[in-house]
Design a binder for this molecule. Structure first.
Ligand SMILES: Nc1nc2c(ncn2[C@@H]2O[C@H](COP(=O)(O)OP(=O)(O)O)[C@@H](O)[C@H]2O)c(=O)[nH]1
Ligand SMILES: [Mg+2]
Length: 255
């Protein structure tokens, strides 16, 4: 077979299972560190570590600056949720491209920070409407709230000399009040822990007005600059979902 025909045939085989996310769908991506329980056990302070948190927020910053149009990036624990601009059509929204490039960028960036190879997986979450986006982000934050309280209790018990199984048993089926009081008995006020530990953090673009000078006339001129800012004082629950929607609405109203 002549090469051109062979090439066409092989490309068709390669593309047979390509899929695309409809541009009419709202789109989120979630990345999650692979085997980060082990990794954090070996390299970071338990249960929470400022340096680890910094690496995560810097990874979000990198993902939001590497060519996609992303409105907001939310990080909690070892995961990152990205909300794409509704008009973002990078790679024509080809699924495998988005997943592999985002996972690659996050893995490469975090590895450089840590000085050892790590990887993130990535999934895409297409959503019908704003309500689904709101619920998605509230859900990820609720996941953190549950895990972070458990984690704090668990490490307080281990620090007190309890073994893994006994600590797990002691916490099984217990409610928030019990766990908060348990922490208080170790001198830890859960509600005054830094908000990033309990609620996570968001990076988003803020449009700020700047004043420069017109080179020809010397007159002052106003212009806008988009800057990535880190919000570490997030609201919780329903309000968090609403906050993410407000970021999206702000960006859309500026267009
Ligand atoms: N030391 C430390 N560990 C963290 C921090 N944030 C998240 N982790 C750990 O990262 C892991 C994330 O959970 P998960 O994704 O289910 O585990 P994986 O499958 O091993 O990556 C948990 O074991 C958390 O305790 C942190 O700030 N410090
Ligand atoms: Mg993980």
């Amino acid at each position: 077979m002549e090469f051109d025909a062979f090439d066409r045939e092989m490309r068709a085989v390669e593309k047979a299972f390509d899929s695309y996310i409809d541009i009419n769908m709202l789109l989120c991506a979630r990345l999650d560190g692979r085997g980060f329980s082990n990794l954090t056990e070996r390299n970071f302070i338990k249960p929470y570590d400022e340096r680890f948190y910094r690496y995560m927020t810097e990874t979000v910053r990198h993902l939001m600056s590497c060519g996609f149009n992303i409105i907001a990036g939310y990080t909690q624990s070892d995961e990152i949720s990205l909300l794409f601009h509704p008009a973002d059509n990078t790679y024509n929204r080809k699924t495998r491209k988005l997943i592999s490039v985002l996972a690659g960028e996050a893995s490469g960036f975090f590895s450089i920070k840590l000085g050892a190879p790590v990887s993130f997986d990535c999934r895409l979450i297409p959503m019908e409407d704003m309500k689904a986006v709101k619920d998605y982000f509230s859900w990820r934050q609720t996941d953190l709230l549950r895990n972070s309280l458990d984690s704090c209790c668990y490490y307080a018990l281990l620090g007190d000399g309890m073994d893994y199984l006994s600590a797990t048993k002691k916490l099984e089926g217990r409610d928030i009040v019990y766990k908060t009081e348990l922490l208080a008995s170790y001198g830890i006020d859960y509600n005054s822990l830094p908000t990033w530990q309990r609620y996570g953090a968001v990076l988003h673009y803020e449009r700020t007005e700047k004043t420069g000078t017109n080179r020809k006339t010397g007159e002052p001129v106003k212009f806008y600059r988009r800057e990535l800012v880190l919000n570490e004082s997030l609201p919780s629950g329903e309000k968090f979902g609403e906050y993410i929607l407000s970021l999206m609405n702000d960006v859309l109203s500026q267009a």
